[in-house]
Design a binder for this molecule. Structure first.
Ligand code: OOG
Ligand code: MG
Length: 278
């Protein structure tokens, strides 16, 4: 199933990782404890400056292993830092990839408990659901559009485990790219029914517009985020399986939220989805 194909292997074999398996396991445990106990930590590269990209993704894979061992199911994959607005806000320069488990899923219009989160922010995103598997290398937006079942509005709640959201790329990859909660809803559309470059998105908090943009903010075309993800997984002998939900990345800067906030995302021609923070 889906789990098997992303847990199979962290791709590290023969790739010259800098951290040993014990350190990777300890760092995954540390980051997950911060998440479960709702406390922050300095970024892990402060203590492990020689950590490399494969180490970072190996820590993330260990997080998924821990969660699935406790009975969590994989609910989807995500690309992050795919727009200039997000890269600029976070001071980094390239996209990152990670996963969401079933406990991150919020029902459309549902509640998110702020007591379970450190310092949540919301992001307007386009979610894709695949009809066929996507495998890199060589994946491009044409292949993505041919393999997509439908697209639908999605709001991601990010909640970096790092103090004040201060991190570098390796640290944020290890922290499962700040994934915390997400909602999807509205009107699903076939990819060919919407121009994903010009589609407008409006994010509202308590009835006020707090961010707005168009799909092209994500890598020129949000489908490019899935192509990058497929190519990233392809390097590790993995793929985006058929029937996978993928968040393509925040179109605008992320917006902080607090108890009492109601957030709605409206996507042109695709209806809206919302969540409430309590
Ligand atoms: C990293 C996660 C970014 C997105 O959509 O860009 C992300 C972060 O900003 O904490 O999910
Ligand atoms: Mg996101």
């Amino acid at each position: 199933g889906q789990g098997a194909s992303v847990t199979a292997d962290n791709g590290a074999e023969g790739r010259g990782m800098k951290l040993d398996a014990k350190t990777i396991a300890a760092l995954a445990e540390h980051l997950e404890s911060c998440q479960l106990q709702v406390r922050d930590t300095p970024k892990i590269t402060d203590e492990h400056p020689d950590m490399d990209w494969d180490d970072a993704y190996a820590i993330q894979a260990e997080l998924l292993r821990r969660k699935t061992a406790r009975g969590r199911k994989l609910a989807g994959l995500k690309a992050g830092l795919t727009s200039h607005a997000k890269m600029k806000q976070m001071g980094v320069s390239s996209p990152v990839f990670s996963f969401m488990t079933d406990d991150y899923l919020v029902a459309d219009g549902g509640e998110v408990k702020c007591s379970e989160l450190i310092h949540p922010k919301v992001e307007p995103e386009i979610a894709f659901v695949t009809r066929r598997a996507l495998k890199g290398p060589g994946c491009h937006i044409g292949a993505v559009l041919a393999a997509v079942d439908f697209v639908i509005p999605g709001i991601e709640v990010i909640d970096s485990r790092y103090r004040d959201f201060k991190f570098d790329l390796k640290s944020v990859i290890a922290d499962n790219t700040s994934a915390a909660r997400f909602v999807i809803g509205g009107q699903p559309k076939r990819a060919e029914q919407v121009d994903l470059r010009t589609v407008g998105v409006v994010l509202e908090k308590n009835g006020e517009v707090v961010a707005l943009g168009a799909g092209a903010a994500v890598l020129g075309h949000p489908a490019a985020a899935l192509a990058m993800l497929a190519n990233h997984l392809g390097e590790r002998g993995q793929e985006i399986p058929a029937g996978t939900l993928v968040l393509s990345g925040g179109i605008t800067e992320a917006v902080p939220v607090q108890p009492g906030d109601a957030v709605t995302l409206r996507v042109q021609g695709m209806g809206s989805t919302s969540m409430r923070f309590v």
